[in-house]
Design a binder for this molecule. Structure first.
Ligand code: AMP
Ligand code: MG
Length: 358
């Protein structure tokens, strides 16, 4: 495909030039073009969800499989009414508690409300309201419901900086609003409303920025999680995107899980063996342990005592292993509490579920 000229707007402290940039980007969206923009999770690649040609450009630019539906982003509750069928009390409580924020709620879609490409033929729509001033202002100014998956090439780590978006998609998208680092660093939590043993319940389809524990404060969270079925499993996954190998660096990743001392000893042994074989080695460790390793590249994505910061650093770290041409990467596991559940989910995906239990 002919490369297109990607317009980049750099946002500054100065409010006036930002207003101008957002107004220009909004016109592009209105006119059926694709614009990448920051959100509080990762950068998104947006287009008017109602315009099939615009949505097709997202799939093309990302190389995204057409059976993987897109999340639609809104800036106000009034934008939701034309998109989905009337929703129940639990969905309402989730919206009131977590919107704007990193929670996507899957609801029955109103026939014809968005392009069929957005829902990938499902009769549901994933919707969320981002908690990011630039994203909200852009969506509002465009006047469109904005379909926006993460702004990376399919299979690459999600972008947490505009530079990552440019690396993957420059020349394939119409615009890029550079608003600095995204917030959480991992994608939104995707949930649907299911019938539990005692009425409406929450089913997590993809762990993310809102933790299981936070959801449990609002309602029952079902334990059975068919979204976590391994790639190639027989049953159609409820969250189709979970079946793809996402977030993977080019080097081969293995997650090492167990008692910390044993994990470190194991990784050190593996590193020594790999060095003898002449492979370029990498370790993704936590701050507390980086000094234990000798490898071509040792990266910490944050502290074990602050997994939120580790989540913010994960995707940039995975990209760095690629930039430095690392062949083999060992990653330390963490607890699956709070944001740790989403962090481990993404790590396991990057590792194609290769876990070394020690
Ligand atoms: P991304 O846009 O890359 O963050 O991926 C969006 C995720 O949300 C993928 O895992 C999708 O399969 C999932 N998703 C989007 N829409 C729906 C839907 N209607 N039903 C179930 N999962 C959805
Ligand atoms: Mg994605």
């Amino acid at each position: 495909m002919e490369p297109i000229n990607t317009r980049i707007w750099q946002l500054h402290q100065d409010g006036e030039s930002n207003r101008q940039a957002i107004a220009e980007a909004a016109v592009m969206l209105k006119n059926g073009k694709t614009v990448a923009f920051p959100t509080e999770t990762v950068y998104g690649l947006g287009a008017d969800a109602r315009n099939p040609d615009a949505v097709a450009k997202i799939f093309q630019a990302k190389g995204r499989p057409s059976d993987n539906p897109l999340i639609v982003h809104i800036a106000s509750s009034s934008q939701l009414l034309p998109l989905v069928e009337p929703w129940g009390a639990l969905a309402d409580q989730l919206m009131k508690r977590f919107w704007p924020g990193p929670l996507t709620i899957v609801l029955p879609v109103k026939e014809g409300a968005v392009s069929h490409l957005v829902t990938a033929g499902l009769d549901t729509l994933g919707v969320r309201m981002p908690q990011h001033e630039t994203a909200l202002r852009l969506i509002e100014a465009s006047g469109c419901p904005i379909a926006a998956p993460s702004a990376n090439r399919s299979g690459r780590p999600s972008p947490t900086l505009a530079e990552h978006v440019a690396e993957d998609l420059s020349g394939s998208i119409d615009g890029l609003v550079d608003g600095g680092a995204a917030g959480v660093g991992l994608e939104s939590t995707v949930v649907e409303i299911a019938q539990g043993p005692s009425g409406e319940a929450i089913r997590i389809l993809r762990p993310g920025g809102i933790s299981r524990e936070a959801l449990q404060e609002i309602g029952t969270v079902l334990e059975e999680d068919d979204a976590a079925s391994p790639p190639g499993a027989e049953a159609a996954p409820r969250s189709p995107g979970m079946k793809y190998k996402h977030y993977a660096p080019r080097g081969s990743v293995r997650v090492v899980d167990g008692e910390p001392e044993r994990v470190q000893r194991h990784i050190r042994r593996e590193l020594a063996a790999a060095r003898i074989r002449g492979e370029r080695t990498g370790v993704l460790a936590f701050d507390e342990h980086t000094h234990n390793y000798e490898a071509d590249l040792v990266i910490s994505c944050g502290s074990l005592s602050d997994l939120e910061s580790a989540a913010r650093g994960l995707y940039a770290a995975l990209r760095e292993f690629d930039t430095r041409n690392i062949d083999l990467i060992w990653a330390e596991a963490c607890k699956t509490e709070g944001i740790g559940e989403a962090l481990m989910n993404r790590l396991l995906k990057a590792a194609s579920n290769q876990v070394q239990l020690v």
